[in-house]
Write a protein that binds this ligand. Structure first.
Ligand SMILES: O=C(CO)[C@H](O)[C@H](O)COP(=O)(O)O
Length: 248
């Protein structure tokens, strides 16, 4: 199999995350192209080593992939609480705050990550930013009265210390994109996001807003994969740890 450089980086981060999994773990499985690598490599290791794992997917897409790969899939309520969630991100900053939801699964991703002892993000280096906000911030909203909700989101952004305030309804070809939870997503095009926690709280106060893609104080570590197959782990409590292990 010949992979392009970005895929090598994503696969390397996913492989390093698979090494964190222990027999008996209850795992949250993220959504997106990097999380897809994790599910594939996890299933290979689980099969090879006969690991007893219970997995909670964050989207229908991931559920289908995990089931097809032979992983045991249960709902979050069946699992109760999780040991570890591994997921991708659209951006992460030096405090390991995230923008997520580029793949539309932000609500279940946030619920699952929050119900975990530990959330580890897997990413290529392009998602690392000094300040969140270049990637459009996804906000999941109820379909009922969505134009009114969108207008209130824009008014709220006007009042906040952010730059760029345009919200657009996410589309899937000619139709609005519908999440796994039956909601719409608006993408907020901000050039600078200001205080992530303040913004998340203000947006979450708006009736009609279901959840935002701002993950504040949720991630514990980020594994960055590089295009040469090496990885680096960023953690808030540890010194940065360079890992030279590549993959074949
Ligand atoms: O938040 C997400 C899905 O809702 C993804 O984790 C995020 O979009 C990153 O995806 P990818 O690994 O494909 O770049």
């Amino acid at each position: 199999m010949s992979l392009d450089r970005k895929e090598i980086a994503k696969r390397a981060a996913a492989a390093a995350a698979v090494a964190l999994v222990e027999d008996g773990h209850r795992l949250g499985l993220g959504t997106g192209s990097t999380a897809k690598w994790f599910v594939e490599l996890l299933a290979e290791r689980a099969k090879a080593e006969g690991l007893d794992l219970v997995c909670v997917p964050t989207s229908l897409r991931t559920a289908r992939q995990a089931q097809a790969a032979g992983l045991k899939v249960v709902t979050l309520d069946e699992a109760g609480w999780l040991d570890l969630t591994i997921d991708g991100a659209d951006e992460f900053d030096p405090d390991l705050n995230l923008i997520k939801g580029g793949g539309g699964a932000l609500l279940q991703e946030k619920i699952v990550a929050t119900a975990s002892d530990r959330m580890v993000v897997i990413s290529d280096a392009s998602k690392q930013v000094e300040h969140l906000g270049v990637f459009p911030l996804p906000v999941e909203i109820a379909t009922f009265g969505w134009e009114t909700t969108k207008a209130i989101v824009e008014e709220t952004l006007e009042d906040m210390d952010v730059e760029g305030k345009i919200a657009t309804l996410r589309m899937d070809k000619d139709e609005p994109y519908i999440t796994d939870n039956g909601n719409f997503i608006i993408d907020c095009h901000l050039r600078r996001l200001g205080d992530a926690e303040e913004l998340a709280l203000a947006l979450n106060m708006i009736p009609g807003v279901v959840e935002t893609g701002l993950f504040v104080d949720i991630a514990d570590s980020v594994i960055i994969g590089y295009e040469d197959g090496t990885t680096e782990i960023l953690s808030l409590d540890d010194e940065d740890d360079e890992d030279e292990a590549g993959f074949d």
